[in-house]
Design a protein around this ligand. Structure first.
Ligand SMILES: *Cc1c(COP(=O)(O)O)cnc(C)c1O
Length: 465
């Protein structure tokens, strides 16, 4: 090797650390130049090798007009979360060590870290201590895993072995879910061969939580078909959480499998101030959440929990002759709980984030984001904006005097660069949507962002009038 690995790694870490150190002082959205990006990064694959240090130099220079400040304190788009220092460094190690978290033989360390972090997570999130945890790519994967296990179970209850016989000729599975479910539930239904037509939507209340009376009606439509009920903690627009304490027993009466999509909302269980929103969560069968959202772990990091570890492994695993005697400590190996076999040791960053924050740190992170979301809502409302949701968690929906200009205002805010917000459609209206999910966001960040947004809203109105 011609290049010194230490200086290569050190340089890469230096670039990343510089980005973190300055991200709060630069426009959240860079001067995006797609042509420059394609010119610098595209073209024909060179015939000859390039020294690693040169490759990284080219990569850093070429990507500059496309690196968003998503990790910074004033990125409020989507629900992204930040990246805690220890979690980021642990991910660098996972890559540097190149550990494969498939089984004990490939990485006893990854297995131990996942066991430890999994135990902490179940405690923190009020899930059964005996549940299994798969370290997957994100909430999309947790929904796919949860619905897959549910499919196995409800069809087995109906006398059908879906793993062996597939879905052709199987009883039709009903998926009962809120009209306000996340769209990834629909994708999971597509991928699992259940089909989106199997989803029976249930009306939601004013803030987007499932209407439990309507759930009862929808469930009662057919009392013989196998049912998966998919509930939600954390509506992606409003933050609303379904009333699990009431909804889950209703689903049970119909022998349903109950999955909870808690991509960010499940973290509310970790704080005494918001845990009431997740009341009854322990009654479900499978749960999903994202570590890369509210726990502030780098992408990609989702957590798929299941009440029944045997069923979890039976649904997701495969067997192969070369795996025999590969050193599983339990009856199942890490890769039996995820759709991937070979994967990065994702648990390292989760372990590090939990260790860095501790129990009170996770609660403080949740509380701080909720408090800052209320602050943002308060400042905008005081200046005449309309808040369209009950800010129960970290999400805020806003409109300004001229409703037709919402998208133009959002674009102006993005271009101006102080902060980054996205848009959404809620109850037929185009609105500005905030998510506060980064540990680095401060009151000052909220205040300067609110000022920038109000300026953009005013400027637009002046030009139009
Ligand atoms: C973000 C989100 C998802 C999808 O998460 P990914 O990590 O992007 O796969 C699913 N459900 C809800 C409620 C979400 O907020």
């Amino acid at each position: 090797m011609t290049d010194d690995l230490l200086s290569l790694f050190t340089n890469a870490a230096q670039v990343a650390a510089d980005h973190r150190a300055t991200v709060g002082a630069r426009p959240v959205q860079p001067e995006i130049d797609r042509v420059a990006l394609d010119n610098a990064l595209g073209g024909v694959l060179p015939d000859a090798p390039t020294p690693p240090s040169e490759v990284i130099e080219q990569l850093v220079a070429g990507t500059a007009p496309g690196i968003m400040g998503t990790v910074g304190p004033r990125f409020f788009g989507f629900v992204t979360g930040g990246a805690l220092p220890a979690a980021s460094a642990a991910d660098i190690l996972a890559v540097g060590w190149d550990q494969c978290a498939y089984n004990e033989a490939l990485s006893p360390a990854a297995a131990a870290v996942e066991r430890a972090a999994g135990t902490w997570l179940k405690d923190l999130l009020h899930l059964p201590a005996s549940a299994s945890v798969g370290f997957v790519t994100g909430a999309q994967a947790t929904n796919t895993v949860g619905l897959a296990i549910g499919r196995t179970k409800v069809l087995a209850d109906a006398g059908w072995d879906v793993a062996r016989d597939g879905l052709a000729g199987a009883p039709r599975v009903r998926i009962v879910a809120s009209e306000e479910r996340h769209a990834t539930i629909d994708r999971s239904a597509k991928l699992l061969g259940l089909g989106t037509a199997s989803i029976e939507p249930v009306a939601a209340d004013a803030n987007g939580a499932i209407d439990v009376a309507r759930l009862r009606e929808v469930l009662a439509r057919d009392t013989t078909a196998p049912i998966i009920v998919s509930l939600q903690l954390g509506n992606v627009n409003t933050g609303a959480c379904d009333d699990l304490r009431t909804a889950i027993p209703l689903a049970r009466e119909h022998g349903a499998w109950v999955h909870v999509d808690g991509a960010f909302g499940l973290w509310a269980a970790a704080s005494p101030r918001t845990a009431h929103l997740t009341d009854g969560v322990e009654l479900a069968d499978s749960w999903g959440t994202d570590a890369h959202k509210w726990l502030n772990v780098p992408y990609d990091s989702g957590l798929a929990f299941c009440r029944d570890p045997e069923l979890h492994a039976a649904t997701m695993s495969y067997s192969a002759s070369y795996l025999t005697g590969s050193g599983a400590a339990a009856d199942y190996v890490l890769g039996d709980l995820t759709a991937e076999s070979s994967r990065r040791a994702r648990g390292l960053a989760v372990w590090a984030a939990l260790r860095e924050l501790g129990r009170t740190g996770v609660a403080d992170l949740v509380d701080q984001c909720c408090e800052l979301a209320r602050r943002m809502a308060g400042r905008l409302a005081a200046a005449g904006a309309t808040i369209h949701n009950d800010v129960v968690l970290n999400q805020v929906l806003v409109s300004f005097r001229d409703l037709a200009r919402t998208d133009a205002i959002i674009e102006q805010v993005q271009r101006e660069g102080t902060c980054w917000v996205g848009g959404t459609t809620w109850r037929g209206r185009r609105l500005m949507r905030f998510s506060v999910s980064n540990a680095d966001t401060t009151e000052h960040d909220i205040d300067v962002s609110a000022d920038a947004i109000l300026t953009a809203a005013r400027e637009g109105t002046d030009h139009c009038s």
